[in-house]
Design a protein around this ligand. Structure first.
Ligand SMILES: Cc1cc2nc3c(=O)[nH]c(=O)nc-3n(C[C@H](O)[C@H](O)[C@H](O)COP(=O)(O)OP(=O)(O)OC[C@H]3O[C@@H](n4cnc5c(N)ncnc54)[C@H](O)[C@@H]3O)c2cc1C
Ligand code: SF4
Length: 515
């Protein structure tokens, strides 16, 4: 095992929202920061528009290490995004804050889990504003009926709605709802060096061919590299080494040279995602040093998602342009028309008409040809129901099975509660009504059982009895380890998580820097 002489001020593991945002204030303060990322840069050119450029069809969907699913999804082995910028490279850019009430304890959601955010919305608010500025989010203030208080306007205004978005907007308005333009991390400015969004149909699940999506690999990370960040792609971290209440070294497997290496740092930020971070903590046996270690790997959440497609008599998107633009939050905290479940339900968001080639790639060729004319007449609504934190939903290690880098196999068990499923059904009913009012002839509903919104597993909280991280995202029992990605969430809320991961990482980073 080779050694390296430098001791970094900060080592960050994972270059997604948690890792990149935690790194930023330290790099800007002139600290020596090393970012270890198992993936590589995703090239940006016209190949990003190909049908096989959707994330799970690319080499950037990694099964090293493979995650085995014991219960909760059809593919029994799943991977996750592995590239510089993490899942942000392929994400949809939707940048919503949690609602103020999401950070308070809601007994109907939390049940007996003991989940409790140790932060108020007011504490996070300035960091939401900073995250929106760093991601240059385009949005409209005052139109989302559940919008929490804001200290700033969005950095960029929303764009005009496309034809397909206006169609769905009318449907929602005919139902008496208040649809609003989704805040999006996309570049619409023509006055700087980055390209302006071309409103193509391949955004969510694809990397942006022209770098107009404000993902971390297009915006923040290149800026940090210019300011002195050291980034090591192809570095698969295998162990965090502890000595006397501190992580003193990080071991990684260099995927290019197939060698094991060690680096040393004074502070370590773990941001390998909700599956990856729990994996590393358990395989390094650090849960055993944490007085709240019993929750490490537990309370995995992923939202209870589905899609309602409306099939329209005429092609809703003849210009074939970007239209993932609308949100509907009237059902977020429940709705008088919904009897079960009472209380919080979740959000609805417009989805792109899927590119025909992508559908063909997922179904047999003959069926793809028959389905093509129908797909062109579809537009969708994504259902995001809040799922409950449950003790039995967990990741665990199978020490007998090891991957190429020597890591024990991670096994996932996840089952939705009755309440989760009922909330999704209620949202599905609302979405079908919107589609019909928009003029859809028929609707098609499908559930989504991916882990693309994986949350929890190393949750934060006010006490060690119920949480492994304190309010600064510090791993209890170790003075210099912070866990700052999606794993820190005590509850899932029902909006896309990236902006909250970013805000929490920025907050934790500044607190650690001042320590
Ligand atoms: C297709 C898709 C669309 C999405 N759309 C949206 C959206 O519109 N809005 C939104 O808010 N959210 C969206 N999400 C969810 C959002 O992208 C994730 O919640 C978020 O990126 C998670 O950030 P993270 O920092 O926790 O982890 P990640 O982004 O997963 O980053 C973790 C990083 O750690 C690296 N890593 C893992 N293990 C190791 C290891 N052992 N050694 C070294 N590196 C390691 C990974 O390669 C990865 O780069 C989407 C997700 C997907 C997949
Ligand atoms: S819609 Fe805009 S930001 Fe999204 S992939 Fe296309 S060009 Fe890029």
């Amino acid at each position: 095992m080779s050694d390296e002489n430098t001791e970094f001020d900060l080592i960050v593991i994972g270059s997604g929202f948690g890792g990149a945002m935690f790194a930023a204030p330290w790099v800007e303060a002139g600290k020596r920061v090393l970012l270890l990322e198992r993936g590589d840069w995703v090239p940006r050119d016209e190949r990003c528009w190909d049908v096989d450029a959707s994330f799970d069809l690319t080499p950037y969907y990694s099964t090293l290490p493979p995650y085995r699913v014991a219960a909760g999804s059809k593919p029994r082995v799943i991977g996750s995004c592995a590239c510089v910028g993490g899942a942000s490279v392929f994400y949809g850019g939707v940048s919503l804050r949690l609602r103020r009430e999401d950070l308070a304890v809601d007994p109907a959601i939390v049940g007996a889990s003991g989940a409790c955010w140790p932060l108020s919305y007011e504490l996070l608010e300035p960091f939401y504003a900073e995250a929106e500025r760093r991601l240059d989010v385009a949005g409209t203030t005052g139109v989302d009926p559940t919008e929490p208080p804001r200290s700033t306007h969005y950095p960029q205004p929303s764009q005009a709605l496309s034809r397909a978005a206006r169609l769905v907007e009318r449907g929602a308005q005919r139902c008496g709802l208040k649809p609003f333009p989704l805040p999006l991390a996309i570049n619409y400015r023509s006055d700087h060096e980055r390209q302006v969004c071309a409103a193509c149909r391949t955004c969510d699940t694809f990397a942006c061919a022209i770098g107009a999506k404000n993902d971390l690999a297009s915006g923040l990370l290149p800026a940090l590299l210019r300011q002195g960040l050291s980034l090591r792609p192809g570095a698969l971290v295998t162990r965090l080494v502890e000595q006397g209440r501190r992580v003193t070294a990080v071991e990684y497997f260099d995927l290019a040279t197939q060698e094991h290496r060690v680096v040393r740092g004074r502070t370590v930020a773990l941001a390998a995602g909700a599956l990856g971070s729990a994996h590393l903590l358990l395989s390094s046996r650090l849960d055993q040093l944490n007085p709240g270690g019993q929750v490490v790997g537990r309370y995995l959440m992923r939202h209870c998602n589905g899609i309602v497609f409306g099939v329209f008599p005429r092609v809703p998107d003849p210009q074939r342009e970007f239209h993932k633009q609308l949100g509907v939050h009237d059902f977020y905290f429940g709705h008088p028309t919904v009897r079960e479940p009472k209380g919080k339900l979740g959000s609805l968001q417009q989805l792109q008409t899927p590119p025909i080639g992508l559908v063909r790639a997922h179904i047999p060729r003959a069926l793809g040809t028959i389905a093509a004319p129908v797909i062109e007449r579809m537009t969708g609504l994504l259902l995001i129901a809040e799922d409950q934190p449950q003790h039995d939903n967990h990741v665990r290690l199978d020490w007998q099975t090891r991957d190429a880098a020597g890591l024990p196999q991670l096994e996932i068990t996840h089952r939705y509660s009755e309440r989760d499923l009922a909330a999704r059904r209620a949202l599905g009913k609302a979405a079908r009504r919107i589609m019909r009012k928009a003029g859809a002839w028929l609707t098609h509903t499908r559930t989504i059982e991916t882990f693309s919104h994986a949350l929890g597993t190393v949750r934060m909280g006010p006490t060690p009895e119920t949480s492994a991280l304190d309010a600064q995202s510090r791993f209890r029992g170790l003075d210099n380890l912070f866990v700052v990605d999606a794993s820190a969430f005590p509850t899932a809320a029902a909006v896309n998580p990236s902006l909250t991961i970013a805000a929490n990482a920025l907050r934790a980073s500044r607190a650690a820097l001042e320590d």
